[in-house]
Design a protein around this ligand. Structure first.
Ligand code: FES
Ligand SMILES: [Fe+2]
Length: 358
């Protein structure tokens, strides 16, 4: 199904609503689905949870894995169950750069090729292979590529940080009682900043811009009103619009950019779909590498403030995320950013969850 037609039908639904209040919308091809996600990079686990020469089990949208860190420090991931008799490979042990099954000690390299069967003399039969997954590490997390093709893009990182030296700090693990796409659109839902977070109603005006087929940016073009001495002073920190920008990848990882022109704060929300259509995630704060001694001292505080800002806004939304049954029946013009998010997400490639994922 084409994304344009999906959003088009949503609008038709709104216009015809007075005639037919019970009209069913057609399902989305990705947005809020629990049987598939957009093909792309997703966080798998924090880097620090996987020590050198260790293997641990993991689950990503219902797919079970054995993830191991080789002696060299590189990370690899194989389908969880041994192609011999189905023992869980996370019960095995890392053998140099490879993984050895606990049950009969067959050995697999990081491509999933069996390289040794101890009771068989010579090389293992070529046909014995298992699925390997593409995994990489960046900014404190191990990421996995969910897709049938090879990854065409880099792991999500804000364009202002790409190629730059930066510090980062991974926050606590969190769960939200709703779909990751619903958590993501909250940050561009202009109406709720007024009603839930008590911001003045006209400060935010989010303009969407497609960066790539998997990356969309929403840039605030609203300015701080000159209503009193406080807002006038704050307004002086911003040459043009109040900085509040969102960058989204795959509808599940987003980075919010905040702060005055001289100091941008970046907070990434790396989310993934979990069982029951819920969200599991980590927040990661970023700051550009210090260039002088003062910044070296200040950078840990910048990272802390960034995480605290994220917590403040997340706290306000907890009531929504805990109880919402998302059903976007009546879009209005003020929902234009949410619709742009959906339209962009719907054009991305699907990656199917394992059958028992939800
Ligand atoms: S089940 Fe893994 S080696 Fe036999
Ligand atoms: Fe919010």
């Amino acid at each position: 199904m084409q994304a344009n037609s999906v959003v088009g039908r949503i609008f038709v639904g709104r216009q015809s609503q007075s005639k037919n209040l019970t009209r069913e919308r057609e399902p989305y091809s990705i947005f809020t689905r629990t049987d598939c996600v957009a093909s792309g990079w997703y966080w798998l686990m924090p880097s620090k949870s996987l020590k050198r020469n260790k293997v641990i089990p993991a689950n990503i949208v219902g797919h079970e894995l054995a993830v191991f860190r080789k002696e060299s420090g590189e990370v690899a991931a194989l389908h969880a169950y041994c192609p011999h008799m189905g023992a869980h490979l996370a019960e095995g042990k890392v053998d140099g750069e490879q993984l050895r099954c606990f049950f009969h000690n067959w050995c697999y390299d990081d491509k999933g090729v069996c390289t040794d069967i101890p009771c068989v003399k010579g090389k293992a039969p070529k046909a014995v292979t298992t699925k390997s997954w593409t995994v990489r590490e960046s900014h404190g997390l191990i990421w996995i590529w969910l897709g049938d093709d090879n990854p065409a893009e880099d792991i999500p990182i804000h364009p202002e940080l790409k190629g730059a030296a930066y510090d980062y700090s991974v926050g606590n693990f969190f769960i939200k009682n709703c779909h990751p796409n619903v958590v993501m659109v909250n940050a561009i839902d202009e109406q709720h900043f007024h009603t839930v977070h008590n911001l003045p109603g006209d400060v935010l005006n989010m303009e969407p811009r497609r960066i790539t087929s998997n990356h969309i940016e929403f840039k605030n073009t609203g300015t701080i009103p000159n209503t009193n001495a406080f807002t006038t002073t704050i307004g002086k920190l911003y040459k043009e619009a109040l900085t509040y920008n969102l960058d989204y990848w795959y509808g599940s990882t987003g980075t919010v950019t905040l702060g005055p022109d001289f100091l941008h704060l970046y907070l990434m929300f790396a989310l993934r779909l979990s069982a029951g259509g819920k969200t599991e995630g980590y927040a990661v704060a970023f700051a550009k590498k210090p260039t002088n001694m003062l910044q070296v001292i200040l950078n840990p505080f910048v990272l802390l403030i960034t995480k605290l800002a994220g917590l403040y806004f997340a706290k306000g939304d907890t009531r929504i995320f805990n109880s919402i049954k998302f059903d976007f029946k009546t879009p209005i013009a003020a929902d234009h950013s949410v619709l742009a998010f959906i339209q962009h997400l719907e054009k991305q490639k699907q990656f199917y969850c394992a059958a028992d994922a939800s």
